[in-house]
Each structure stands twice: as structure tokens, then as C-alpha cells.
Design a protein around this ligand. Structure first.
Ligand SMILES: [Mn+2]
Length: 332
């Protein structure tokens, strides 16, 4: 196995199964992690030379929410907050031990917890977000009110989330930097992430409000247009040059399987045609592995209740092979 600059020996991947679907409306996405593990993910990663820790899925049954009416249009803020805050603790614990947390979802609102978990240990890390969507709506711009379309705006602390931020997501702050404001003695919140730490690849279904947010904040994004224009090899180089110019910063890779073309990964909640090919998706993971800088990995939005049995098996298999590619599987 190649080197992993930030992980302790023996290299250990902690699989964190999060069967959670509260950030979006469709049932079934919570079955994704169960299918990925049943497909043999643990043994597959062991065969790549990793020590694998997997202690069952996190069902979050202790997080009970007595009534969870929407706040404005935003749905289930209490449940999503409770679950993702618990996820951040779990991921943070693994990161602190020098393990590589691999979170399998579940819907992409889970990234609220996974990103805070790894960025708590590695505040200077970068985030590479692979997705058909930007997931950067705010409580003000969202049309659907589904929190799986909003995690990035909350992680960046963008304006527009005032209605939910202080009440439900006050925990979503860079830990260890609680600066006290001398005048009012009020702790100042610092966003988990800055726009310069983030890069997108695979976008092709971006809402008007999200486009404005990307532009106003100078967030780097390689849409499918750039993938077509430059090829995935060059796009990965440019993406890393942007967030990790000296190739010395930790990397969190958050991979939504809907970034892949629906012909490659059909069983997902919000498929959009014109996506990444099988090889382009795997190349992204392989290129990240080659850096030796990976410290956190999410494989999200596998939904086995959508489409026929063959499509489900195909999507689950792709989810497993993306994880293997990010953890060192090569073609030769
Ligand atoms: Mn997503």
C-alpha cells in the first residue's frame, strides 16, 4: 500500500454506516449502507491491505424528535441537526485516532457531520465535492426545503440560513477556535469551511440561487462542461492545484453517486442525465488516492429502493468500487 501521510499505522478504515434519509423526501436511501456492506465492502477493503473497523450501522434511534415542523420551508431541521451532530462526533473520534472514516449514506445532509468531523482534526484540509448538484442552497434560496441540498451553505456559514443556523446548527462551527468577543463576551462562530478550501466536480443541475452563491463567493467548480472540454485527468489536476497547490494538505472526498451518469448509477434519488462515466468517477478516486492525502471519504445517496433489482445491484457495486478506488485499488 502506498503512503498515507496523515493516518497512523496500521492503516485503518472505519466504515461508518449511516442509514439516514431525513434530509430528503424519498424513502429507501437509508437502505444504501446496508446494501453496500452486504455486498462485501468490509472484505474488499481488507483485501486491499487495510485494517477495517465496522461495528454495525448507526441507527440514531436515541435521537427522538418530538414533532419536527418545518422552519419556513426547511424540512426536519431538528432531526437532521440531531443526527448529523452525532455523526460529527463519530467521525471526529475516528479522525482523532488517525483512522480514515468512510461514511456510507444515506442522504448528503450527512456531510454536515462528516466534514465537521474531519475538519475538527484537520482544520486546513480541503473538500472535494463530487455531485450533479451543488448542495449549496440556503434556507432562503431553497425551493424544496430539503436539507440534503443545503449542507455546503451551512458548512461555509453563508448568509441566508439565519432562520435555522443559530437555533439548530450552532454546533456547526470550527472547534477549538471559539474566540470571545471582548466587548460582549459572546463566543464568535467560525465556519467549518472557507470557499477557498472547496472545489466541485461533476455539476450539471445547479439552481439559479446556487449559481449566484457560487459566483459571489468565488467557489471553484468544474461542471460536466469542463470535464468534456479538458478530460477528467486535467480537471483533477486543476482541481487539486486550486485547493491543494503543494499537495500537502489533507483531503476530504465527498462523493454523491448521482454525479455519475444514471446509466452507471441509476439507483439514486435525484438522477440527472449527462453525468460522469464509470471510468471518470473511478479516475477521480484513484487520483485522490495517489496523493496519499485522503483523510475522510463519503459515498452518498445510494438508494436501493429506486429502480429494478439489476439497477440496484449495479449501483451498489459501483459504490463499493468507488470506495476501493479511493482506498488504493488500481487497474494494474
Ligand atoms: Mn449531493
Amino acid at each position: 500500500m502506498s503512503t498515507h501521510r496523515f493516518l497512523t499505522e496500521p492503516h485503518t478504515v472505519a466504515i461508518v454506516g449511516c442509514p439516514f434519509s431525513g434530509g430528503q423526501p424519498r424513502p429507501g436511501v437509508d437502505k444504501g449502507p446496508i446494501h453496500l456492506v452486504n455486498a462485501g465492502l468490509v472484505d474488499q477493503l481488507k483485501s486491499l491491505g487495510w485494517a477495517v473497523e465496522f461495528a454495525g450501522h448507526h441507527l440514531f434511534e436515541d435521537i427522538s424528535v418530538q414533532g419536527d415542523p418545518p422552519v419556513g420551508i426547511v424540512k426536519r431541521p431538528r432531526l437532521v441537526s440531531g443526527v448529523t451532530s452525532a455523526v460529527s462526533q463519530i467521525i471526529g473520534g475516528h479522525a482523532a485516532q488517525g483512522r480514515l472514516p468512510l461514511t456510507i449514506g444515506g442522504d448528503h445532509s450527512l456531510a454536515l457531520g462528516t466534514i465537521l468531523g474531519t475538519f475538527g482534526k484537520y482544520p486546513n484540509a480541503c473538500l472535494i465535492w463530487i455531485d450533479a448538484h451543488a448542495d449549496i442552497n440556503t434556507a432562503t434560496t431553497t425551493d424544496s426545503g430539503n436539507l440534503h441540498g443545503m449542507p455546503v451553505s451551512l458548512l461555509l456559514g453563508l448568509p441566508g440560513n439565519e432562520s435555522i443556523e443559530d437555533t439548530y446548527f450552532s454546533w456547526l462551527t470550527q472547534p477549538g477556535v471559539g474566540i470571545t468577543n471582548g466587548e460582549h463576551n459572546k463566543p464568535t462562530k467560525r465556519p467549518v469551511l472557507t470557499p477557498a478550501q472547496l472545489v466541485y466536480i461533476g455539476l450539471r443541475d445547479v439552481d439559479a440561487g446556487e449559481r449566484a452563491i457560487l459566483r459571489q463567493n468565488g467557489i471553484k467548480a468544474f461542471s460536466m462542461h469542463e470535464v468534456d472540454k479538458f478530460g477528467i485527468g486535467k480537471v483533477m489536476e486543476m482541481a487539486l492545484d486550486h485547493v491543494n497547490p503543494n499537495r500537502d494538505l489533507p483531503i476530504h472526498l465527498s462523493f454523491d453517486v448521482d454525479a455519475l451518469d444514471p446509466s452507471v448509477a441509476p439507483s439514486t434519488g435525484t438522477p440527472v442525465r449527462g453525468g460522469l462515466t464509470f471510468r471518470e468517477g473511478h479516475y477521480i478516486c484513484e487520483a485522490i488516492h495517489e496523493t496519499g492525502l485522503l483523510v475522510g471519504l463519503d459515498i452518498m445517496e445510494v438508494n436501493p429502493s429506486l429502480e429494478d433489482e439489476g439497477s440496484v445491484q449495479q449501483t451498489v457495486k459501483v459504490g463499493c468500487s468507488l470506495a476501493r478506488a479511493a482506498l488504493g485499488e488500481t487497474l494494474l
